[in-house]
Design a protein around this ligand. Structure first.
Ligand code: UTP
Length: 289
């Protein structure tokens, strides 16, 4: 089971990041040196992915442009000897083979993934959410692919979250298989108090088989009136093997202001250029108190 294709849903409204996301896709917001989406694509490529389908919508054509060449700008940078900037501008387009499709109505994450049916064909594929950045020694998607290959199963990236945060995620019913890997047997989207199966929540990374498409095609709207990917996964795990991988690494939800700020501070602190400045600035602020 080789996983070479990835799907990145990036067609949501980004309402938590308005007004910026009125005209700039949240996936392209600048975060400590590069757009959010570039971190996610770099993780996919480092995990062995070669073909990437990005699900966009009519307000997000800037995403297509970002992963393309820009001859006029590149010519100008070359003529003025700005080699570093030139490489940075050209590099995103060369990271993978990019494909784009539009989700004409934002009917939910499950609906968005359903748009990938033609692209995926008959192979297992990865899904990476367009606003979740992972930082890990071994790429998180690679951790999932390894588990999916070992167990010949679909795989969900999970981590434990606090009781009071569970209602924002999907809670998974798990049975241990080995350290950090579980059999997933059920799940519930945004559980109310008492409805959660466990504190293991699905966090932005999946390896799926094409069986999911038929399920999505027949799915009724769920939580919030949207076609929910979790509802499709619940059906999938009853039909075919599925594992939950308690991945090693840290996840940043850049789709909300605090998560975005957290990632900005963390990555800026780790950067050789901005790190020392940020540390001095924080120290100065602390001394003022
Ligand atoms: P989110 O719920 O985080 O994104 O979906 P959103 O809908 O843009 O967020 P808010 O609540 O309005 O702020 C997770 C991922 O699924 C994509 C989003 O772009 C994001 O990457 N998505 C969501 C779609 O592609 N289509 C949809 O209909 C919904």
């Amino acid at each position: 089971m080789k996983v070479k294709k990835a799907v990145i849903p990036a067609a949501g409204w980004g309402t938590r990041m308005l007004p910026a996301t009125k005209s700039v896709p949240k996936e392209l917001l600048y975060l400590a040196g590069k757009p959010v989406l570039q971190y996610i694509i770099e993780e996919a490529v480092a995990s062995g992915i070669e073909d990437i389908l990005i699900i966009t919508n009519r307000g997000k054509s800037a995403i297509d442009d970002y992963f393309d060449y820009y001859p006029e700008l590149e010519g100008k940078l070359a003529a003025s000897g700005k080699a570093e900037e030139l490489a940075a501008v050209r590099n995103p387009a060369d990271l993978a083979n990019f494909y784009f499709i539009r989700q004409k109505e934002a009917k939910g994450l499950g609906h968005a993934v359903g748009k990938a049916k033609g692209f995926v064909g008959n192979e297992p594929f990865a899904v990476l959410l367009g606003d979740d950045i992972m930082q890990a020694e071994k790429p998180v998607l690679r951790q999932l692919i390894d588990a999916a290959e070992k167990y010949k199963a679909s795989a969900l990236g999970v981590q434990q979250v606090a009781d009071d945060a569970l209602s924002r995620y999907s809670s998974v019913k798990v049975e241990p298989l080995e350290p950090r890997i579980f059999k997933a047997t059920d799940m519930v989207e945004k559980p109310k108090k008492g409805e959660a199966f466990s504190n293991y929540a699905i966090l932005g990374r999946y390896v799926l088989t094409p069986d999911i498409f038929d399920i999505i095609d027949h799915l009724e709207p769920g939580y919030g009136g949207e076609i929910q990917l979790t509802d499709a996964l619940q059906k999938l795990c009853r039909q075919t093997p599925m594992v939950a991988v308690d991945f090693e690494g840290r996840r940043y939800d850049t789709g909300n202001p605090i998560g975005f700020l957290e990632a900005t501070l963390e990555f800026s602190a780790q950067d050789a250029e901005t790190g020392p400045w940020l540390q001095a600035y924080m120290q100065q602020k602390a001394n003022q108190k």
